[in-house]
Design a protein around this ligand. Structure first.
Ligand code: SFD
Ligand code: AMP
Length: 627
């Protein structure tokens, strides 16, 4: 076995991840931990200042309720999320996050985040729930606050350590194992409680760019499903694993569309079909009541465009020039004011992407696109697993004690495994929390985890013999490479192992063809899913044979294994739910209709650590009183 040093870290609260939800957890937990003399340890696979989905920054805060200004109520937000997810959301969790998110945003501003304000000093809204920001350094500001809080409470931050597996004592989490992505160190964390905040999953499906620009994506390629893998392997119940998110984005560079639809009031059309949101609106009748509300649910917005694309009436375009001209037209009688407004709009258009998805600005430049003069193509992306946006996949977590929800078991955001909490993309069925709501959810879980440690904490019993077995398994790709690399003229072609990139290609092809990826126009069926599971068995067998020549490839190898478990949970739940509830995200061609009578419920799954079997189950929807 590779001769790596084993580093043992003893702590009270272990926070896995360093993104928005984990920073929220660290900031809040450190405050309460200091009072109780407890230690908080945070571990990120990357450098916290620029890790996770907000590494490049963002141009908007997408969840702000605006309670203090009387703009909206919490019930309004619960209703908005219920409708956007076609009736399937944990309204207790959505309510709990919504009641804390505004105070979190006010903290961001205090910490230095620039939120746009109008001449009256009021926040500039992108849409009803979204605020415009100068967000290029958004993550740096949030990470700084978390670092200060941890330092002040005598905790520690460990960067560039990739968390792989949970450690358990029966149905109680007692820590985690991982490895350094830079040094020959294998890490063993012993803890009384653990928070999984390692983001969602990208590259489970084949991206649109498979050669030049392979891997280009909207959500970050370095979020590889670690949260889902960690909670599934711990034996926690999972929810909404079928609810992947397919965002419509500016084509090829994946620029987001929210600011264009909401702030610039831009139209999207199909080249041959016209204004598809209008021409196909009768289709929405089939999805009442959700299809008849405004805004139209995200998946149905996708679906209306897909109807034209499937009919060959594309490409789809975002009418950026028309939108900018329309806004500037208000100043047409005053040439000086018109020129000034055009300049302003032009910079807002570019800032939107320079703050968030730089590749879109580069693509515009490389294709001589002036958004105020020329429209841009948009397209539906490959599927992502991101419970914090308009997807819903994640762990099944407890609701807050003070709400009459049937789904609570003592500590808000705790999974069904004692002491294991999940946040952000890691927790499911609480969609539309975005950066701000994920941070607020982290704060909720951070405080609850300290409460759990104070009330139920135990010295973690870690079986070091089990740890040795895990170390051998986790470092095995390095051993396979060393043992066999010299047996062939091209070490990447070897009968004893496969390289992580080769494995990734097979996983993505399987999911694309059998589980409704881009190549299948997001369509699948019982037969396709069953065949996909059959092929996935072979793939999982071969995952034991992935080789790695260095830290970089070892990380890639384990990212792939984590993606595979997310893929399996997804395929099993697509198979279990026998209807098509989210057209525009996926279509079950054999059960094409929405079936509220049998399937207005959660589809949950659970992997049994002892038997290796998966259990599928339905859970009733609970409606928040008054919402
Ligand atoms: O409009 C391990 N998001 C947006 N949210 C907004 O509020 N406004 C926007 O304008 C947003 N836009 C947007 C967004 C995301 C992206 C990628 C783009 C545009 C281009 C969504 C938010 O970013 C998202 O909701 C939150 O960031 C989710 O938070 P969280 O904590 O669930 O995930 P994270 O921030 O990615 O953090 C994950 C962390 O885990 C680390 N990690 N650490 C140790 N071991 C492992 N094995 C690990 N695996 C991962 C990561 O390094 C990271 O620190 S718009 O387009 O939606
Ligand atoms: P996106 O850029 O797609 O990530 O969306 C950013 C925010 O805008 C999210 O809160 C979306 O729900 C919202 N959004 C995007 N497009 C629309 C639309 N056409 N109507 C209403 N809300 C939208």
């Amino acid at each position: 076995m590779a001769n790596w040093e084993t580093v043992v870290v003893e702590t009270d609260l272990l926070i896995c991840g360093g993104g928005f939800s984990a920073c929220g957890a660290a900031t809040e937990a450190s405050y309460w931990a200091k009072k109780k003399g407890l230690k908080v340890t945070m571990v990120d696979k990357a450098a916290e200042d620029r890790s996770g989905a907000v590494a490049m920054g963002l141009s908007a805060i997408n969840q702000y309720v605006g309670i203090r200004d009387g703009e909206n109520t919490l019930a309004d937000y619960v209703r908005y999320v219920r409708q956007d997810l076609m009736g399937v959301s944990r309204e207790d969790l959505v309510y709990n996050i919504a009641r804390h998110v505004d105070s979190t945003v006010h903290l961001f501003e205090k910490w230095g985040l620039k939120i746009w304000k109008d001449e009256k000093g009021k926040y500039v809204h992108e849409g009803r729930w979204q605020l415009m920001i100068n967000g290029e350094s958004y993550k740096v500001i949030i990470a700084e606050a978390a670092k200060n809080a941890i330092a002040e409470a005598g905790g520690e931050i460990i960067e560039r350590v990739f968390i792989v597996e949970p450690l358990l004592d029966g149905n109680r989490v007692v820590g985690a194992v991982g490895f350094s992505t830079r040094e020959n160190k294998f890490y063993v964390f012993k803890a009384k409680a653990v928070i999984a905040g390692m983001g969602g999953a990208v590259h489970v499906f084949r991206p649109r760019s498979v050669g030049e620009g392979f891997g280009r994506s909207w959500y970050p390629p370095f979020n590889s499903g670690s949260s889902a893998y960690f909670t599934i392997k711990a034996g926690a119940e999972m929810t909404c694993q079928e609810v992947r998110f397919i965002p419509v984005r500016f084509k090829d560079a994946y620029g987001p569309v929210g600011a264009w639809f909401l702030l610039f009031k831009s139209r999207a059309i199909s080249a041959e079909g016209g204004d598809y949101m209008t021409t196909h609106k009768e289709v929405l009748q089939n999805y009442a009541p959700y299809g008849l509300v405004k805004p139209i649910p995200a998946n149905l917005r996708n679906y209306l465009g897909m109807i034209d694309v499937d009919a060959g009436l594309g490409p789809l375009y975002m009418e950026t020039a028309e939108a900018i001209q329309n806004i500037a037209a208000q100043f047409k009688d005053d040439p000086k004011a018109f020129k000034k407004k055009m300049k302003e709009l032009e910079s807002e258009a570019w800032e939107d992407f320079l703050d968030m998805t730089i590749s879109q600005a580069i693509l515009w430049a490389s294709q001589n696109v002036k958004p105020e003069e020329k429209h841009s193509e948009i397209a539906a992306c490959e599927p992502y697993f991101i419970g914090s946006h308009s997807g819903a996949s994640g762990a099944w977590v407890s609701g807050p004690e003070d709400l009459p929800t049937p789904y609570k078991w003592g500590y808000a955001n705790m999974t069904t495994v004692q002491g294991l909490f999940a946040v952000g993309d890691g927790s499911g069925a609480s969609s539309h929390k975005f950066s701000s709501g994920s941070h607020a959810e982290g704060r909720i879980a951070g405080k609850q985890a300290v409460k759990f440690i104070v009330e139920k904490g135990q010295a973690p019993k870690v079986d070091m013999a089990e740890v040795e077995k895990l170390k051998e398994r986790i470092l095995r790709p390095l051993d396979l490479w060393d043992k066999h690399k010299d047996e062939t003229t091209d070490p990447e072609v070897n009968t004893n192992y496969m390289m992580p990139r080769q494995y990734l290609h097979r996983l993505q092809k399987l999911m694309d063809e059998y589980a409704g990826g881009v190549v299948s126009a997001f369509k699948t069926s019982k037969a396709l899913l069953q065949r996909g599971l059959e092929l996935m068995d072979f793939l999982k067998t071969d995952s034991e044979k992935m080789a790695a020549r260095n830290h970089h490839e070892l990380t890639r190898a384990w990212e792939n294994i984590q993606r595979t478990w997310q893929a399996e949970a997804h395929v099993r739940t697509l198979l279990f739910r026998e209807e098509t509830r989210w057209p525009g995200y996926y279509f079950r061609a054999d059960t094409p209709k929405m079936d509220d009578k049998n399937w207005l419920c959660f589809a949950n799954c659970q992997w049994d650590r002892k038997t290796g079997e998966w259990k599928m189950m339905k859970k009733d929807i609970w409606t928040m009183p008054g919402a």
